[in-house]
Design a protein around this ligand. Structure first.
Ligand SMILES: Cc1cc2nc3c(=O)[nH]c(=O)nc-3n(C[C@H](O)[C@H](O)[C@H](O)COP(=O)(O)O)c2cc1C
Length: 198
């Protein structure tokens, strides 16, 4: 699949202090069918000041190869190409990352899990200094599912990934999902979205 251009809104100001948020969406709904998690994330993003740059990437539209563990053979990884390069570049360019992630089987959806597995390779890609760069970023999660309590293992997994790389943990925003549009009836989630990224 060819590399789609990330949807990005340029910040109106620039400087060392400016925020740039990467929204990584991992719903597996068909193209053109916005899921509950993305809807909720876009509510949160709409409350951001105009000087915050936003980049949105849809993982299901990217071609991400299976991760191969070379740690104890080759020991390092070549610079990524294609959509994997797009993902690495977007990850490193952001000051904050928001995983827009429904709960699938009490866990992380497979496309996001594969992306995360590649973090292990990027930690071992010469010239990238992945871990050092990630340690300066904040990770947050926006999610929907049927049951908040059963989303906890996924939130814990994401929080532990952030912790492993020394990233700040910005917490999670959860709403009750289901069919597209369902989360719009979750008034508490919609209210929390207004301040989640502030
Ligand atoms: C493959 C699959 C697995 C799911 N597993 C769970 C689950 O373990 N727990 C749960 O509460 N909901 C589960 N759901 C429901 C979704 O989390 C829920 O519909 C969510 O709102 C979908 O997010 P989206 O609208 O952003 O795509 C699952 C849905 C799918 C398609």
């Amino acid at each position: 699949m060819s590399t789609p251009t990330p949807s990005s809104t340029p910040a109106s100001t620039s400087g060392a202090e400016s925020r740039h948020i990467l929204f990584l969406v991992t719903s597996s709904r068909e193209p053109g069918h916005q899921g509950n998690s993305e809807w909720l994330a876009r509510q949160a993003a709409a409350a951001l000041p105009s000087d915050v740059q936003q980049t949105w990437l849809q993982l299901q539209q990217l071609s991400v190869p299976p991760f191969v563990d070379l740690r104890h053979t080759v020991g390092q990884y070549p610079a990524p190409e294609g959509d994997l390069k797009t993902l690495l570049d977007a990850t490193l360019a952001a000051s904050e990352i928001v995983f827009v992630s429904p709960v699938y089987w009490f866990s992380i959806p497979a496309p996001m899990k594969t992306y995360l597995d590649h973090w292990s390779g990027w930690m071992r890609t010469p010239g990238v200094a992945f871990k050092e760069q990630m340690a300066a970023k904040t990770l947050r999660v926006v999610s929907t599912s049927g049951d908040r309590a059963k989303a906890q293992p996924m939130f814990d997994s994401y929080r532990l990934c952030a912790q492993f790389l020394g990233m700040a943990w910005g917490g999670e925003l959860w709403g009750k999902g289901g069919a597209p549009g369902a989360v719009q009836a979750d008034a508490a989630a919609v209210a929390q979205a207004a301040t989640f990224l502030r």
